[in-house]
Design a protein around this ligand. Structure first.
Ligand SMILES: [Zn+2]
Length: 393
């Protein structure tokens, strides 16, 4: 059996400690000793290393413990690294500086052009906006990388967006485009919006503590991020989870992907607006208006929400039959569909699932609200640092 070298063990323990603070926030040295099952002097030396690396800091809170002894608290530094997280949606783009622990330090939302913008133009906007969020954080803080969430299929290795139907992007080497414009040395990583959302919810939201979670995102596009046995399900190329383009009826409505009768054409935001009899384009305002009307008892809006809820219930039933998840989180516009028409969704789920997996699954709303994909993009950007804190400088 190979014997681990002392520096390999140290790197491993540094990653464990940093990961613990990143996931759980400020912790006392005593809590770290207990959680990592290491002795006090090892914890003390790891904290000293992470402080020297500019990642964490420790302080003595006023008051001390019950016996009046000061108990050191370890937490992220204000002047430490931050991720530049970007969430691209069809209607708007959110960019934020996110610190260790998932704290949003500054953020901007920019409207996207109603006509989909070319990838090169969006890349330019991102790099310009990244500079703006950078000036709003502590001036000593430093960017660790750019993580980008995209509503489309993404090659995880290259950051190439293979197909984002609602942005009309096909095979765009988007990660490379952003990296070419960004300051040298800044790592750029790109992921699918639902894949990133489920990662963030698993780390610090509604999927925490569960190893089998599905996050369904409802925007103009529809997709799933899936965690199976505690691990993100990517598939061979990284394209797993495109449930929005499963065909329900081959003679159904035309989908932006080129096929007919995809799930998205029944439950996506365009479908919701159309069912509600509205002709304006999808915006945060037009979708909110449908939900407000439905909540106020307007029959057409209510029946649109109920129809989407029933179709969504059938989609969830297929996922439950295949994956047997413990939790299904309903993000984007699905959050409100679930709140307003839970009964219709549950009835569809009940009548289209088979066996005991129906009894285990819980439908819930994401705890990170609309920020799941954004915070997942930050997780992506922090990935290399969390795996090995010594790569920092
Ligand atoms: Zn489709």
């Amino acid at each position: 059996m190979p014997v681990a070298r002392p520096d390999a063990i140290r790197r491993h323990n540094l990653a464990l400690l940093l990961g613990q603070v990143h996931r759980d926030g400020e912790l006392t040295r005593a809590e770290l000793t207990q959680r990592l099952d290491l002795n006090r002097s090892t914890i003390g030396s790891l904290v000293a290393d992470l402080t020297e690396l500019g990642l964490l800091e420790e302080w003595v809170p006023s008051g001390g413990d019950r016996a009046g002894r000061p108990s050191h608290v370890v937490g992220p530094r204000q002047d430490g690294p931050y991720a530049i997280a970007v969430d691209i949606d069809v209607t708007h783009l959110t960019i934020a500086a996110v610190g260790i622990g998932g704290h949003v330090l500054s953020r901007h939302t920019l409207p996207m052009d109603p006509t989909p913008s070319p990838a090169e133009l969006v890349a330019k906007h991102i790099v310009a906006a990244a500079a703006n969020v950078g000036v709003e954080v502590d001036e000593r803080a430093w960017p660790i990388g750019i993580g980008i969430s995209v509503p489309g299929t993404v090659d995880w290795h290259s950051g190439t967006v293979e197909f984002a139907p609602n942005l009309t992007w096909r095979h765009e080497e988007f990660g490379a485009m952003v990296a070419a414009l960004a300051p040298p040395g800044l790592r750029v990583v790109v992921g699918n919006d639902a894949d990133l959302a489920v990662i963030a919810e698993h780390v610090r939201g509604g999927g925490r503590g569960s190893d089998d979670v599905v996050y369904l995102i409802g925007r103009i596009g529809v997709g799933a991020g899936i965690i199976v046995n505690g691990t993100p399900l990517r598939g061979h190329d990284g394209y797993a989870g495109e449930v929005g383009h499963n065909v329900v009826d081959a003679s159904g409505p035309q989908c932006h992907c080129g096929k007919r009768g995809c799930v998205e054409t029944y439950v996506g935001e365009n479908a919701l607006l159309e069912l509600a009899g509205r002709t304006e384009p999808v915006t945060a305002g037009s979708i909110a208006a449908v939900f407000a009307d439905a909540a106020a008892g307007d029959e057409r809006a209510s029946s649109a929400v109920r129809a989407v809820a029933a179709a969504l219930g059938r989609t969830i039933a297929s996922l439950v039959n295949v994956l047997n998840p413990e939790r299904v989180l309903l993000g984007g516009s699905f959050t409100e569909v679930f709140r307003l028409a839970e009964k219709e969704m549950m009835e569809a789920l009940d009548s289209h699932t088979m066996g005991d997996s129906r009894n285990t699954v819980q439908l819930c709303t994401p705890r990170l609200g609309d920020d799941s994909s954004l915070l997942g993009a930050a997780e992506l950007a922090f990935g290399a640092l969390l795996a090995d804190p010594l790569v920092t400088r």
